[in-house]
Design a protein around this ligand. Sequence first.
Ligand SMILES: Cc1cc2nc3c(=O)[nH]c(=O)nc-3n(C[C@H](O)[C@H](O)[C@H](O)COP(=O)(O)OP(=O)(O)OC[C@H]3O[C@@H](n4cnc5c(N)ncnc54)[C@H](O)[C@@H]3O)c2cc1C
Length: 334
Amino acid sequence: MKHGAERSHRSPLKQAPEAYDCIIVGGGPAGLSAALILGRCRRRVLLCDAGRQRNRWSSAMHGVLSRDGMAPADFIREARAELSRYDGVELRDVVVSDVEPVAPDFRAVLKDGAVAESRTLLLATGVVDTLPDIEGVEPLYGRSVHHCPICDGWEHRDQPVAVYGSPAEAKGLALAMTLWTGDVVLCTNGAAGWDDDARGELARAGVRVREDRVRCLEGTEGRLKRILFHDGEPLERTAMFFAGEQSQGCDLPDRLGCVFTEKGAVDTGRAERTQIEGLFVAGDASKDAQLVIVAAAEGAQAAVAINTLLVKRDHEAREQEREVPGTSERPGGA
Ligand SMILES: Cc1cc2nc3c(=O)[nH]c(=O)nc-3n(C[C@H](O)[C@H](O)[C@H](O)COP(=O)(O)OP(=O)(O)OC[C@H]3O[C@@H](n4cnc5c(N)ncnc54)[C@H](O)[C@@H]3O)c2cc1C
């Protein structure tokens, strides 16, 4: 009885009964991790996910403590199963098509037409990678064509590897790649235009350069075999790493007025806060290292901050209510 009375007293005073404590947009590592923490805080959470996690192309994720080599799909499945223990957490496989602040809350419009309100909002919407425009790249992507040597370099150590990209971006990646293998060929897909210093730097690091235009990639069962060029001999390689571009996973951060870094990440502050009260952005969508374990940690950090914010708001509302029951005014109107 006391517990029930406490809970009804604790309930937010000015909220519509259906308002969630938090809507999380995005069900990758960042969003799922946040939902877990908030569920454990007995928060009402709606997590909406479009199901296009960034590493879904990959057969194994690496560098995730205690999960090294696990399939990304298994990771998501297990994380979702864990969340089913927490009755405050609701998962929906749906795109959030719009969100608007309706101070002090947020209103989300889901693609199926449903509308949901929440006291806080966490965008964990990730990023989208642009693949190199080369024939044959898609079936190899995430298996022997990668963009991150920290995620996948180990699996190709001491093997013949290509690095692909524009001369400016791919040079640094090729130099970094020599940590994993001494057999690196940098393919610039056209004249690199470097001066002697740049060429000397690459040569001293043992990186060979191929400036012919790339025609296509050949491989079987996800394994790269060779790169074909418009001119010259094919190049036998077992993997290719590319320097590519990425963009935000959706336009919600932009539409909500988030501030972006030069690299296009949302510029979050402490605990993934944005400049907009109650709005948090975690995971790849926000700045800092783009790794599964970092995304999960950022989601957890945001969740702790969200819970703290809600505790504070509830406390303040209770205190106001205590001063003048039934109104938000102080005695004497002060
Ligand atoms: C090929 C590849 C391999 C990788 N390998 C590794 C690895 O081995 N180790 C490692 O640590 N990292 C790896 N990464 C990086 C890793 O995938 C990311 O760091 C991680 O997925 C980021 O998690 P996130 O939750 O921020 O975003 P994501 O996992 O991308 O999840 C974002 C989710 O939000 C959803 N979403 C977006 N907009 C909306 C919307 N409007 N409404 C509803 N849902 C929406 C998306 O559909 C998606 O499901 C790899 C990345 C790639 C591309």
